[in-house]
Design a protein around this ligand. Sequence first.
Ligand SMILES: [Zn+2]
Length: 531
Amino acid sequence: MGTLWYGAKVRTLRTEDDIQEAVYVENGIIQEVGEKESLIRKFEESITDYQDVSGGVIYPGLVDSHLHMIGHGEKLQRLDLSEVTSVNTLMELLRQKAKELPEGEWLIAEGFNENLFTPAVVPHRAELDEVTSRHPIVLTRVCRHAMLVNSYALELAKIHKDTPNPPGGLIEKDTEGLPSGYLHDQAQEYVRDVMPSIDSTYLERALSDSLEDLWSQGFTGAHTEDLNYYGDSLLTIQTFHKIIDGEKRKFRANLLVHHEVAAFLNERGFSYGRLNNTLEMGAVKIFADGALGGRTALLRQPYSDDPSTSGVAIYSREKIRHIVKEARMLNMPVAIHTIGDLALEYALDAIEAHPCPKGKRDRLIHLQVTAPDLLKRLQKLPVVLDIQPRFVASDFPWVEERLGSERLEYAFAWNTYLNMGIKCAGGSDAPIEPPNPLLGVHAAVTRRKPGQSHEGYYPNEKLTLFEALRLFTVGSAEAISKESETGLIEKGYKADFTIFDQDLFDLTPDEWLDVKVKKTVVDNSVMYEGK
Ligand SMILES: [Zn+2]
C-alpha cells in the first residue's frame, strides 16, 4: 500500500541543486526519493497509487512560522479597504458587499484611510446610509483608533445627539450638532458592544475560510496564535479541533498559547504536544513590546524621529522573567514577541535565567532591531528567530527615520543572523501581511516591493532563493524541533508537498508572483488542487 509521486521535478531542498524524479510514500512517510524507474522496480509490489503530477515542481510543504489563522479568516470575510483611494470606489465596494449579505447582518470593512482620498475627508454617515439602510455598517480606520458607522449602527448603539463622550473617546458631531458617524477611540466601544458576539459558528467560519485560503496558497501547515482573543479559549481550541480534524482536513497547525491562558488550558488537558494527527499545541506566547510604526517597540535608545520616547515595555524585566518561569513549570518553550533591542534584552535575560526544557526550542518573534552583544547571546541558546521577510518590503523606508542609520545595521538583518549560525524561520504575521509565501520569499531575496527596481534596502542582508525557501520549510520545522520529520523531501520525512506549476529557480523574483499552486499535499492527501 504505497503512493508514487512522479511526473514533476522534485526539489528536495536537501541542497541547493538537488533535483530528483519521484517520491515513494507509505503511511504518510517518505520511503525513498530517486529515479522513477528504479523506485518502480524496487517497490512495484506495494505501489497501489500512481500520482502523475504532469509537470511542475514538488517542493517540501511550506509552513508559515507565524500568523493568526482566525484573524486571517476574519480579514477574508471582511471587506479590505486599505487600498481604496476614492470615496466612489469605497461606496461601490460597500454596495456590492451589502448585496451579498442577508438582511440585518453587519457589514464590516477594515482599514480605510481618508488620506488616500481627494480631498482627504472622512465621509459623513449620510453617504453610508445611501448605500444601505438594511445593514448596520462599520468601517474601521487603518489605525484602528477610529471607526465610521451608518445611522442604523448608531441607532443600535444608542448614540444620539445628546450622548456624552465616554472617557478617552469622542463622538464627532456634524454642522447640525448630530453625530457624524465618526467615532474615536473609546467611543467605538458603544458600537462594539452591540456587534454580534463571537460564537462557535463565527469562529468555525473564520477558521475554515482561513484554512481553505492557506491550502490554496500552497501551505501545508502554520504556527498560529489565536487562543486568547475570542473570548473563551476552550471554545477557540475546540474550533481548531473540529475544523482541522487531521483526517478529512489535514493541516500541520501548531497553536501558540498566550501566557494568560496556558495554565488554564493545561489543567483542562490541552498541554504541549499532539492534539490530533495534524494539530498540536506549541510554545507559550509572550509580548515584550509593541511595534515600530506606533513607536511602541521597546528600544535601548530613544527613537531617532522622536527623542521623547524609547517605546513601551508591555511587562517589566522582572515580570517577563516570571512569566517565562511559569511556562517552564508547564515544561513548555516560550515564543516571545520582541521587536526592539531592549525588548530582546529582556527576553534574553528571562530565557537565560529559566532555560528551555531539554530537546525543545524557544523562539523570538519578529526580531526587527538587534545589536551585536544580543546576537552573541542568541548564538548560545536553543532558539529560533521567527522572522517576517515581508516587513522589509512594507516598513522601509519609513523605518529608517524611526531608527536612524547606526541602528539599521542590526535591524531586519536576516543574512547576518543566518551567517552567525542562528536558526531562522519564515512567516507572514497574517492578517498584518498577506500570507502568500511567494511574497515572503520575494521580500527575503530582493528586500524591496514587487515591481520596484532599486537594489533593495540593506542589500547585504538579502538571502538566496534557497535560503528563503528554507525559512518556510526547514526553518519552520526547527522552530518546533521537528526538523527530522518535516521540511525536506527525504527518506523518513512526512509526505507534505507544495507543488508549483513552475520552478522558482528558473524564474526572476517578480515572475515568482505568477507561479500557481498545482497541489497542496498534507500527510500524502491532496488538500488543494489548482484549476
Ligand atoms: Zn503576530
